[in-house]
Design a protein around this ligand. Structure first.
Ligand code: ASP
Length: 437
């Protein structure tokens, strides 16, 4: 059995929703469907969630929501009419409208996009509608209540063999609506997959999976066929984006693979995210991701390696300034700390003064505008020559490497290059591992 979550662009208009219906109907295993709110139909369009939040803002400042709400209603009506459904949602729209006017909370307003899409889909598919407020719970402090949700939701799913559960929200213990953070329908999908004991969590979106590199940088980047949860974590930490981060834990724990698929190209294989990847792979690396705007603080002191507590004292200074660091490559007489430039902003001079005072270094140098690029692949460590390939690729393109760090997880090599070289470096690494690129 599968849980299929559909993102906003998959539900943006009736033509898109028709694709969703076809996908669900094509496989009887797709017994639970988790929809987002209708998203953008084109890049300049509005997402229903944003329009609902706008209604909330207008209502809070005593302004009329008539026009914006009328537009929202019109978008759903287009979907209902475009699909030729005999569904009258007037009562539901009126109820939402009244609640917003009566001062309903921000989360209630934001969540109605999913609620209304869920009603339309349930009707169109002939599935039961299971309001997320009845089965997904947060505690009084607004933290997701995993145990209670698992208990109530799994029991509810047993009673509803085929159901639509709207994404993005649940309820506080007192019944008030609470949403996950933006993009949170991914989390609902994962939570439903775990409660259902699904064999697969399908996450349908508008890309054919996770790309080996940012397609804005490497235009013909290949899609990753299989990815482990650990690799995904490394890549998304480094800036690659497809899934809401919190959506990974519930399914990872339960050992349920996530399958990212494209609603517009259902024939594409997509990317499968699993706990352990099969050893046979056609290339060594899984993906490349990176971020710009880091600062490197390089500290040198002869005989540093003999000095007890040197590293601790440097890190204490950063801690005292509330700076968390990302990497700490070290040499015999040198130690560097890499942190995001924005976290150091306005503090760097004080930090340097404190480091000088605390460890009395021979030399400190600060290098700004550094990009960090992680080349990730769980098989990398067993493949001789990986590092050589990476660095010769960079050298051939005349890219100066400012920092190297091979994480102890042994599934990535991290390099620091100048921000101006970032895109070229990502392309160079990509080309050295995917030769036909
Ligand atoms: N509709 C919500 C948002 O725009 C949640 C989601 O789409 O996942 O963030």
């Amino acid at each position: 059995m599968k849980v299929a979550k559909f993102g906003g662009s998959s539900l943006a208009n009736s033509a898109q929703v028709q694709k969703v219906l076809d996908i669900v109907r094509a496989d009887p295993e797709r017994r639970y469907v988790v929809p987002s709110a209708p998203g953008k139909r084109h890049p300049d369009d509005d997402k229903i969630t944003d329009l609902l939040l706008y209604c909330h803002e207008l209502a809070s400042s005593g302004e009329s929501i008539e026009e914006v709400f009328g537009y929202i209603r019109g978008r759903y009506q287009q979907i209902i009419d475009g699909l030729g459904l005999k569904l009258n949602m007037d009562a539901a729209f009126d109820e939402v409208y009244d609640q917003i006017l009566r001062g309903a909370g921000r989360d209630y307003c934001a969540s109605r996009g999913e609620y209304l899409s869920g009603m339309v889909l349930a009707h169109a598919l002939g599935y039961d509608f299971l309001d997320a407020a009845q089965v997904i719970f947060f505690n009084a402090r607004g933290v997701f209540d995993s145990d209670r949700t698992q208990q109530v939701l799994s029991a509810a799913l047993r009673e509803h063999p085929r159901a639509v559960i709207p994404g993005f929200y649940g309820a506080y213990p007192d019944g008030r609506i609470k949403t996950f953070s933006r993009g949170g329908s991914d989390v609902t999908g994962a939570v439903v997959a775990r409660a259902a004991g699904a064999e697969e969590y399908e996450n349908w979106t508008d890309v054919s999976g996770f790309m080996m590199a940012d397609p804005h940088i490497v235009s013909n980047a290949r899609c990753i066929d299989t990815l482990t949860y650990r690799e995904l974590r490394e890549l998304s930490y480094m800036g690659a984006q497809v899934l809401h981060e919190d959506s990974i834990f519930p399914v990872r724990q339960a050992g349920i693979p996530i399958h990212i698929r494209n609603t517009n190209r259902p024939e594409d294989p997509g990317t499968l995210i699993v706990n352990r990847v099969d050893e046979r792979r056609d290339h060594v690396i899984t993906g490349i991701a990176g971020r710009k705007d880091f600062t490197l603080i390089m500290i040198e002191k002869s005989m540093m390696n003999n000095e007890l507590g040197f590293g601790r004292r440097v890190l204490s200074v950063l801690e005292a300034h509330g700076v968390s660091f990302e990497h700490m490559p070290s040499g015999i007489d040198s130690l560097s700390v890499v942190a995001q430039s924005k976290v150091l902003a306005g503090k760097i001079h004080e930090i340097l003064a404190d480091i000088r005072e605390s460890v009395d270094p021979d030399h400190i140098e600060v290098v700004e505008h550094i990009s960090i690029i992680a080349t990730v692949g769980q098989g990398m460590v067993r493949s001789p020559g990986t590092a050589a390939r990476l660095f010769s690729g960079l050298a051939e393109h005349n890219i100066n490497v400012r920092m190297i760090d091979q994480g102890s997880s042994e599934m990535n090599i991290i390099v620091g290059v100048e921000d101006d070289d970032f895109e070229r470096a990502v392309r160079a690494i990509y080309e050295s591992f995917v030769p036909e690129a």
